[in-house]
Write a protein that binds this ligand. Structure first.
Ligand SMILES: Cc1cc2nc3c(=O)[nH]c(=O)nc-3n(C[C@H](O)[C@H](O)[C@H](O)COP(=O)(O)OP(=O)(O)OC[C@H]3O[C@@H](n4cnc5c(N)ncnc54)[C@H](O)[C@@H]3O)c2cc1C
Length: 393
């Protein structure tokens, strides 16, 4: 059987796996990526989501020399408006204090396309499409990954194979799971009024509805919606004709971007959160959604995955400089220690935010309205929240 050797073997070539490969290749490691799909053909890719890139992530992308390619596809967020039930209960954040944007909206497929182009021409990276691992074996100071037609021998495996991680199941790493019994309806659409680079978040009783500003398309104003609601309701909404959908979305978005002119794409995602009990096991580390996933209420899941990529990059650089191979126990443990707590904290935060804003108890709604007013008036709290949105805290 053919044997391929590399320093780092990445399983999963999604948004996190691809950036992990790109960043570590800059440190001159030999890298393999196993991707179960034919990922490197963007036309076949069926992810219609957008990502809100935080200012913190952007700084790391700049360091990797990736931001100059991403910038032309990204719409800046200059303002965020949070509205609780009634239009009179709202909070507004802007970018004036730090003289930078609050984030950037990019289509997932645009981001993947840029990364694939970079990886294809990278002499340190070997991409194996339509490939998935079958089993793993520790052999001396290496991990051997067996595929159906070859094996990859490496110092370390990086599992970036998403929420349902095959690697995690195979290595029997326990996870904590929270099922929200809700879904997220994601749609991109054109509309009559400019969004003026504003992101809106409406907190309705069944879940939040976010409008994320996108770049214009053929001179049409364009945005994306992420609407969390009861699963049954969203499944029905998904099946109705586009004209009726436009009317419903027009009502729910309260005229903030004018009339909904055309639905461009729509997709449904069942919602759950999870946290792997450990971020490493047997010369393998978990990264991105393979390690954690969250309620999308704060749009921070991928950004936290990117913080994991940055921490991994810095740690790999440190170990390389002192000549210790990646994959040994102290490397994996250090990676876990640097990333686990922030994932646990983000899980707690997003989970509590969801329950505070969906709670219909009279006392809690009163505290919520009072809280929003307090946040709006108190500059310190307002600044703390906008720093969180920017990925600075
Ligand atoms: C509705 C919604 C909106 C969101 N919005 C935001 C946002 O605005 N900002 C933000 O920060 N985050 C957001 N997130 C979270 C974000 O989308 C995810 O955190 C991110 O996409 C995870 O990327 P990943 O590469 O870890 O996983 P994935 O994108 O799932 O990639 C996993 C890859 O591994 C491959 N794979 C799977 N199994 C195998 C196998 N056995 N062998 C080989 N390859 C395999 C898959 O084909 C895929 O390419 C949102 C999530 C949802 C549900």
């Amino acid at each position: 059987m053919k044997e391929i050797t590399s320093n780092i073997n990445i399983i999963g070539g999604g948004l996190i796996g691809a950036i992990t490969a790109y960043s570590l290749s800059k440190l001159d490691f030999k890298i393999t990526i196993l991707e179960k799909n034919d990922q490197f053909n963007p036309k076949k890719h069926k992810d219609y989501r957008t990502i809100a890139i935080s200012e913190g992530t952007k700084t790391f992308l700049e360091k990797l020399n990736l931001w100059s390619d991403i910038r032309s596809f990204a719409e800046p967020i200059k303002r965020i408006k949070v509205i609780d039930r009634k239009l009179s209960n709202f909070l507004e954040f802007d970018n004036k204090r730090r003289k930078s944007n609050l984030g950037y909206i990019v289509k997932n497929t645009d981001l993947l396309y840029i990364l694939y182009k970079k990886l294809k021409n990278n002499r340190n990276v070997l991409i194996l499409n339509n490939s998935q691992p079958e089993s793993f074996r520790i052999y001396k100071d290496t991990i051997v990954t067996n595929l159906n037609n070859c094996s990859v021998v490496s110092d370390i495996n990086v599992a970036a194979d998403g929420k349902k991680s095959f690697v995690r199941k195979k290595l029997k790493t326990p996870i904590f799971v929270k099922n929200y019994n809700k879904s997220a309806f994601v749609t991109t659409f054109t509309h009559s009024k400019s969004h003026l680079s504003t992101a809106f978040e409406f907190f309705y009783k069944n879940g939040p509805l976010a409008i994320l500003p996108m770049q214009e398309l053929d001179n049409n104003f364009r945005s994306s919606i992420v609407w969390t609601n009861n699963r049954d309701y969203l499944e029905k909404l998904f099946d109705i004709d586009n004209k009726s959908l436009q009317l419903i979305l027009g009502k729910e978005t309260r005229g903030s971007v004018g009339k909904i002119n055309k639905i461009v794409t729509k997709q449904l995602f069942p919602l759950s959160a999870h946290l792997s009990s450990s971020f490493y096991e047997n010369r393998t580390i978990y990264i991105g959604d393979a390690a954690h996933s969250f309620h999308p209420i704060a749009g921070q899941g991928w950004n936290l995955g990117m913080k994991g990529v940055e921490n991994l990059f810095n740690l790999a650089k440190k170990y390389k400089s002192i000549g210790i191979e990646l994959g040994n126990n102290s490397f994996c443990k250090e990676y876990h220690n640097e990333n686990y707590y922030s994932a646990y904290r983000l899980y707690q935060l997003t989970d509590k935010l969801d329950s505070i804003f969906t709670n219909q108890n009279f006392f809690i709604s009163l505290c919520r309205s009072f809280g929003l007013e307090l946040f709006q008036k108190n500059k310190k709290i307002n600044n703390l929240i906008s720093d969180f949105a920017m990925g600075i805290n």
